[in-house]
Design a protein around this ligand. Structure first.
Ligand code: PLP
Length: 385
């Protein structure tokens, strides 16, 4: 390295892990058919919401007997809605290996006061999944966005389980194959792998989850935003597009736009392949770069969306944690000023490092162009130490 800036910049420097890059070719003009200034309960509004549900089912290959609903408050809203409405019937196994999973543990223990069995693990590693008890309910995050560690599969979940399994899949869905029969509640938001907008959550329920809702009354008040049943029966209309409260029809249109894009490029397999190709590009760069390594040592557990990297240069790891964080901030600021990469600093609760989104809306050519810029920013930040 001689401090020279690389010749090629990523065409789209958006590498944030949420909201994530819009799809290639995205334009506000593509949303001109949005049902604006009309009731979301009008025939037109409901049809758009219903279309979002139907296209989701087709693209994700969600089983026919699973319900799909659009709920408030993004992925957090969907997870908490499920936890508040369903948990307490059995003890719950909480698997958490980074900050979002840890947030669900806080919910279970401090807010809901559940009998919770907590299986955690340090950043870069995964919980002891074999500790699962088939008589318990389960909450876990399929892809830990802040550590870049994902479950390899759902084989550790029994098909004969008695409890229900709640899976926060927000940074996994559309990028990694989900094993639907093993999952009773799956949640995500639109702002991740498909580069949609925040604020709306997707809640997908298995027949077993519906049964729990219809047979169990949780010992706690439920706000209207969390109520999925009416007179002891599932409120089916929510899963046909009659949302609990008012959604943004502009965000709905944006989600539809990105679903159609996903269909047009070949569907789910292509989305998975794009994320895999992006992470392969990063891997090639990491392998030839001495100052950086994956936070997740095991390739089988490594995310293909939220790729988390640690700095392993001897001079940097000799610094205290606060100085390492400042170093990463400096790199990120240099890259932002050059419009080469935005938002690539690791999550605030994670060990100091970089996080680069590799989901399907990111182009492999941009990941390829990013490597030399990361090298440049590392050298430049080091020169200013
Ligand atoms: C695994 C995981 N869970 C939950 C959230 C919170 O999502 P939202 O802001 O959509 O509620 C995120 C956001 O990054 C996440 O990565």
């Amino acid at each position: 390295m001689n401090g020279t800036k690389p010749a090629v910049r990523p065409a789209r420097p958006q590498f944030s892990s949420g909201p994530c890059a819009k799809r290639p070719g995205w334009s506000l003009e593509n949303l001109s058919a949005a049902c604006l200034g009309r009731s979301h309960r009008s025939r037109l509004g409901k049809a758009r919401l219903r279309e979002a549900i139907d296209r989701t089912r087709a693209l994700l290959k969600v089983p026919d007997d699973y319900r799909i609903g659009i709920v408030p408050a993004s992925d957090t809203g969907a997870v908490e809605l499920a936890m508040w409405s369903m948990l307490g019937a059995r003890p719950v196994d909480m698997f958490a290996w980074e900050s979002f999973g840890a947030g669900w543990v806080t919910d279970a223990v401090k807010q809901l006061g559940l009998e919770a069995h907590i299986y955690d693990a340090p950043y870069g590693e995964i919980s002891n999944l074999s500790a699962i008890d088939r008589a318990h309910d389960v909450v876990f995050t399929w892809n830990g966005t802040t550590s870049g560690v994902r479950v390899p599969d759902a084989n550790w979940i029994s098909a004969k389980r008695k409890g229900i399994v709640i899976c926060d899949a927000t940074s996994a869905v559309f990028a990694q194959p989900l094993d639907w029969p093993k999952l009773d509640v799956v949640t995500y938001s639109w702002q991740k792998v498909l580069g949609g907008e925040g604020a709306h959550g997707m809640l997908i329920l298995s027949p077993r989850a519906v049964k729990r809702l219809e047979t169990y009354t949780p010992p706690r008040p439920l706000p209207k935003l969390f109520r999925l049943t009416k007179g002891g029966k599932l409120n089916e209309s929510i899963f046909e597009g009659a949302t609990i409260n008012t959604p943004s029809m502009l965000c709905v249109e944006d989600y539809l736009d990105t679903l159609k894009w996903a269909e047009s490029i070949g569907g789910l397999e292509t989305l998975h392949a794009r994320a895999d190709a992006n992470v392969a590009m990063i891997t090639a760069w990491v392998e030839k770069t001495p100052w950086v390594d994956f936070l997740c040592a095991d390739p089988a557990l490594r995310s293909n969306t939220s790729v988390c990297l640690k700095l392993v240069d001897a001079d940097i790891i000799a610094l205290d944690e606060a100085s390492q964080r400042s170093f990463v901030k400096k790199m990120a600021a240099l890259l932002e000023a050059e419009e080469a990469a935005y938002d690539i600093g690791g999550y605030r609760d994670a060990p100091p490092g970089l996080r680069i989104w590799c989901g399907a809306t990111v182009e492999a050519s941009d990941i390829e162009a990013l490597g030399p810029w990361l090298d440049w920013s590392f050298e430049a930040a080091k020169a200013s130490l």
